[in-house]
Design a protein around this ligand. Sequence first.
Ligand SMILES: [Zn+2]
Length: 64
Amino acid sequence: MITKTGAFRDTECTCECGNKHELYGGIGYRTVRCDAHSDRNGGGYYIHVVRCKQCDALSEFVDK
Ligand SMILES: [Zn+2]
């Protein structure tokens, strides 16, 4: 089950549990899934699913 926690959206990739990306002193997270979706005009977006290494929460977010 994917919980859309809103984690990892800020520049330090902060999770709700306080964990951050390794670059910012946290223990980071693992990418569970990364799906690319293209539109037909050369654009598109990515859907990332990441799992926090600290609290094990799954978070889904979209990159454009
Ligand atoms: Zn966490």
